[in-house]
Design a protein around this ligand. Structure first.
Ligand code: ZN
Length: 351
């Protein structure tokens, strides 16, 4: 019977094709082609009506049996393909737990922030406390009460950024502080001796920037007032500070300097980090780098805040934190600190 052979051919061809189907799309295509409503086997079943009674029964049974076989084969093949796809996906997405993790870039404190913290720590350990004051300051505190009245030639030392505020009398009394020294007056106004204070804060100068000058810089002011405070105390304090920050082997030198609000005035220099004292471009061939200005508080400044200048004496100093960091790390351009070049900043890792 030709019809039966036809059913067997369809069944065997379909089984062979099923064995080749290796993914879901191929399986779906096979299912439609073989078992679908317009599939080969369905066509045979539909044509049964045109066959004689006896043949119809035999061919119908054979076709139904073939469909059961193909159904079962399909279910088994589909399960296997699904399993294989799952295995491949697992392999593809496998996580190697022994791989090192991808490190996140760790931030750190800016080198100036850390230098400031170290400087303040050094003075705290010497018995100083920390105070802060306004960056927008009165002329009175920044200059006049520090013995720098109007028209005093020392005003030329400070290229001042004035605040755009004019009083009715035509004077312009406000400015961005050019140094932290106004806090000497502010602290003494509020307290009686003994005083040991350091004052960190930003200061401003109207000047062009170069390798050693910035228009904005961080200064730390120091002030100690008590009975019997002498220049020797100033020297000892600054030497101890310098050794703590720059290392025990660094040499320091005090030399005379002039500041209107101290008498005598001194300047503390450390030996050059670049040439170690032999003289080079960085230190201007002197072998020394100026670190800070200091001196004994002028008796008139003490008297101005109401202190008894015959009973109390004091010393004061002011240093640029950028300069401390320059010398400490051997950096030769102050502009590096605020240019925010990550390649520079990353050279100072840590906390
Ligand atoms: Zn040098």
């Amino acid at each position: 019977m030709a019809a039966i052979r036809n059913v067997e051919e369809i069944r065997d061809g379909a089984l062979a094709a099923l064995a080749q189907a290796s993914d879901r799309a191929a399986l779906q295509e096979w299912r439609v082609r073989v078992l679908g409503r317009k599939g080969e086997l369905t066509t045979v079943l539909r044509s049964l009506g045109s066959l004689p009674e006896a043949e119809r029964r035999v061919v119908g049974a054979a076709a139904n049996a073939a469909r059961d076989v193909l159904d079962a084969a399909y279910t088994e093949r589909a399960a296997r393909v699904e399993q294989e796809e799952l295995r491949q996906a697992t392999e593809r997405e496998r996580v190697d737990v022994t791989l090192p993790g991808r490190p996140l870039p760790a931030g750190s404190l800016h080198v100036i922030t850390r230098t400031l913290a170290d400087v303040l720590d050094a003075f705290r350990s010497l018995g100083f406390w920390v105070a802060e004051g306004p960056e927008v300051e009165w002329d009175e505190y920044n200059f006049t009460r520090l013995r720098i009245p109007e028209d005093h030639p020392a005003r030329d030392m400070f290229d001042t950024i004035w605040v755009d505020y004019t009083r009715p009398d035509g004077r312009r009394p406000m400015l961005l502080r050019t140094h932290t020294s106004p806090m000497q007056v502010r602290v003494m106004e509020r307290r009686q001796p003994p005083i040991r204070v350091v004052v960190p804060g930003r200061c401003y100068r109207f000047e062009a920037t170069d390798a050693t000058h910035e228009w904005m810089f961080l200064q730390v002011e120091g002030l100690a007032v008590d009975e019997g405070v002498s220049l020797a105390d100033l020297k000892g304090t600054l030497e101890e500070f310098a050794r703590r920050i720059f290392g025990r082997e660094r040499r320091v030198m005090l030399r005379h300097a002039y500041f209107p609000f101290v008498e005598p005035g001194v300047e503390l220099a450390v030996d050059c980090f670049a040439c170690h004292g032999t003289g080079c471009r960085v230190c201007g061939a002197t072998g020394w780098i100026e670190l800070l200005g200091a001196g004994m508080v002028h008796p008139e400044v003490l008297a101005d805040v109401g202190y008894d200048a015959r009973r109390y004496t004091g010393f004061a100093f002011g240093m640029g934190i950028e300069r401390v960091a320059l010398i400490r790390h051997g950096i030769d351009d102050i502009r590096m600190f605020y240019s925010n070049d990550v390649r520079f900043l990353e050279q100072f890792p840590g906390v």
